[in-house]
Unconditional design. Structure first.
Length: 321
């Protein structure tokens, strides 16, 4: 299949592109390089440098496409804390970007899309029970709201035009495959651990606004390789006409606190850390109920946090060579 991948030069997008290539598909990459990198794109593939929130550019590009089976829409901004400072940027990139992509798909006659959503649409569960897809949607940050609004647009377009669509609400992505792409975000815990190793500085560990088992945020960490494969399998199923639900959680079902990750980093790499006050808009506890994905998407998550931490550091180190 020929598949458009928006955000295909990013950390997650590059792993999706790699999964598609390994399974005989032809990815067509769109990215504005606001967070992606040219060296994350596999050799021999072209970059179509387009901002997905630019409707004119998207419509023009899609009007020239032929024989496209579907779109995997990953482009956008993330990070709950950052969105509190820059809400308009997040609504433009995430909500408007999805609307522009759907409009461009309509022009090109493309009927299938997998949307990269987020567990942030649920808000803060503030308890240790896993969050199911039927849980109330109560996003706290502009980031979570931007994904929530995008999902509403997607659902409305499904009802209006009959397109095939699925929203993958994934949790905290980590780890790495055997490719150049790696998580370089200044806002994510794992790359900040690698920076602390590299610079021999102290790691900042933020506390939780609400009570958790050790006073720091609890997250469900998801292996980026498994996540990438899930996007490919989901698109394959909806293109084939399989009847799937609208939204699926992609998580391990296991919660790990920031402090537990810091302890692991200290044991593995000798990283020292310090506790800092909570950040506004940062949910205290997010844990996935992934049973629907297990049943419908053959989702199996067996990668542990330690393995993800180690593989991520290998990729980070290789990028410095």
């Amino acid at each position: 299949m020929r598949i458009v991948v928006t955000g295909g030069a990013g950390y997650i997008g590059s792993h999706v592109v790699n999964a598609l290539i390994l399974n005989g598909h032809e990815p067509i990459i769109i990215d504005d390089l606001s967070s992606g990198r040219l060296d994350f794109i596999p050799q021999g593939l072209a970059l179509n440098r387009i901002d997905v929130s630019d409707s004119g550019a998207m419509n023009s590009f899609f009007s020239g496409l032929t024989e496209i089976s579907g779109v995997i829409h990953l482009a956008g901004l993330k990070y709950a804390g950052e969105s509190v400072k820059r809400p308009l940027d997040f609504y433009r990139a995430n909500t408007q970007g999805l609307a522009c992509t759907l409009q461009a798909m309509k022009i090109a006659g493309i009927q299938s899309i997998v949307f990269s959503s987020s567990c942030s649409v649920y808000g803060d569960s503030s308890h240790d029970e896993p969050t199911s897809e039927d849980s109330p949607l109560n996003p706290r940050s502009p980031y979570g709201k931007s994904k929530f609004f995008a999902e509403q647009i997607l659902a409305d377009e499904m009802a209006a035009s009959g397109i095939n669509a699925i929203s993958l609400r994934y949790f905290n992505v980590a780890g790495n495959g055997n490719i150049a792409a790696h998580d370089q975000s200044p806002h994510n815990l794992f790359p900040n651990i690698y920076r602390a190793i590299e610079s021999q500085t102290i790691l900042n560990v933020f506390q939780s606004e609400n009570e958790t088992r050790d006073g720091t945020c609890v997250r469900d960490y998801v292996d980026v390789n498994l996540l990438a494969s899930a996007h490919m399998h989901a698109l394959t199923k909806i293109v084939a006409g399989d009847k799937l639900d609208f939204a699926y959680n992609l998580g391990s079902g296991i919660g790990t606190s920031t402090l537990e990750i810091a302890h692991a980093a200290k044991e593995m790499f000798g990283v020292e850390y310090r506790l800092l006050p909570a950040r506004s808009g940062d949910p205290s506890t997010i844990l996935a109920d992934n049973r629907k994905a297990v049943l419908d998407l053959n989702w199996v998550h067996e990668t542990g946090v330690g393995e993800m931490l180690a593989k991520g550091y290998v990729a980070w180190s290789n990028s410095k060579l």
